[in-house]
Design a protein around this ligand. Structure first.
Ligand SMILES: NC(=O)c1ccc[n+]([C@@H]2O[C@H](COP(=O)([O-])OP(=O)(O)OC[C@H]3O[C@@H](n4cnc5c(N)ncnc54)[C@H](O)[C@@H]3O)[C@@H](O)[C@H]2O)c1
Length: 260
């Protein structure tokens, strides 16, 4: 049985990835600073290290102590608008965090990484169906941090034994069970349900998209499917010498508006 470190495992997507990794027969150790995550989403018996991913000493010690095979890295800040208001914060959390993780992994000899990227790397693509060969033109500091994370990982993998995959998620929705639902302040589905619960009309932004009523069309991937994609990616990263290092878009068509 192998052990995987899951950064951001107390978050919305992370809690689902955690359970999918467990269901696949892997052990999991969670590293999360609980800045937006909830400790209760980490099941009893799963070690939860409360630390920032930029804490290289703690990450490195955990990689060694738990004899970690690979890392699924989800820990990041993800609000587009906030990243415009506080770009430095996003570069520190997402870019410094990624750099520190790569260094800790190199030190510990951990050679597999599944990186949570985002469809925000594409910016506002001109084609309806976005392929992973589409140009990377992020429109926010958040999207830029995800592109930089991919660059850093790609460059790091040139000189050492690192098998990696970056998953560029489109919009994520759903829950495997009610207690795992998305509570993010800025995500569309929770915002809509919050408005309905407060007897308010959900606000729809944008009225000049090329759609019948001018509102935006967004495609969503179910979070449980996304979690399974992480397990497949983790398996691909350790499937032997020369294992594939694809960058994969997960989801579908992307609305040219805010993405997380
Ligand atoms: N939700 C989406 O629609 C979506 C779409 C594309 C990409 N993503 C990416 O997926 C990942 C997870 O997103 P989510 O929706 O589950 O968000 P989330 O906020 O629920 O989860 C993020 C988790 O990471 C932790 N965290 C944040 N920064 C950290 C740091 N520096 N060190 C340690 N822990 C830290 C938080 O406490 C939280 O538990 C993020 O990398 C995000 O950019 C999400």
């Amino acid at each position: 049985m192998t052990t995987w470190m899951l950064t951001g495992g107390a978050g919305y997507i992370g809690a689902h990835v955690l359970r999918a990794l467990q269901a696949s027969g892997r052990e999991v150790v969670v590293l999360d600073d609980l800045s937006t995550g909830v400790a209760a989403k980490v099941p009893d018996g799963v070690p939860l290290l409360r630390a920032n991913v930029g804490d290289r000493m703690t990450v490195g010690a955990a990689l060694r102590d738990f004899d970690v095979t690979g890392v699924v890295h989800l820990a990041a800040k993800k609000a587009v608008g906030e990243s415009v208001e506080q770009p430095e914060f996003y570069y520190r959390e997402n870019v410094d965090g990624m750099l520190s993780l790569l260094e800790a992994m190199a030190d510990a000899g951990t050679s597999a990484l599944v990186y949570s990227s985002s469809a925000a790397v594409y910016g506002n693509p001109s084609e309806e169906f976005v392929s992973e060969n589409a140009p990377l033109i992020p429109e926010s500091p958040y999207g830029q941090t995800k592109v930089i994370g991919e660059w850093m990982t790609r460059n790091s993998a040139v000189n050492r034994d690192l098998s990696w995959t970056a998953l560029r998620y489109f919009n994520v929705a759903g829950a495997a069970s009610p207690e795992l639902g998305d509570t993010s302040v800025f995500n569309l589905i929770p915002m809509v349900f919050r408005a309905l619960a407060e007897d308010r009309r959900p606000q729809v932004f944008g009225d000049d998209y090329p759609t019948p009523d001018g509102s935006c069309i967004r495609d969503y991937i179910h979070v449980a499917d996304l979690a399974d994609a992480h397990v497949a990616a983790a398996a691909a990263c350790v499937s032997g010498p020369g294992s594939a290092r694809p960058t994969t878009s997960v989801g579908g068509r992307e609305c040219p508006s805010s993405k997380s």
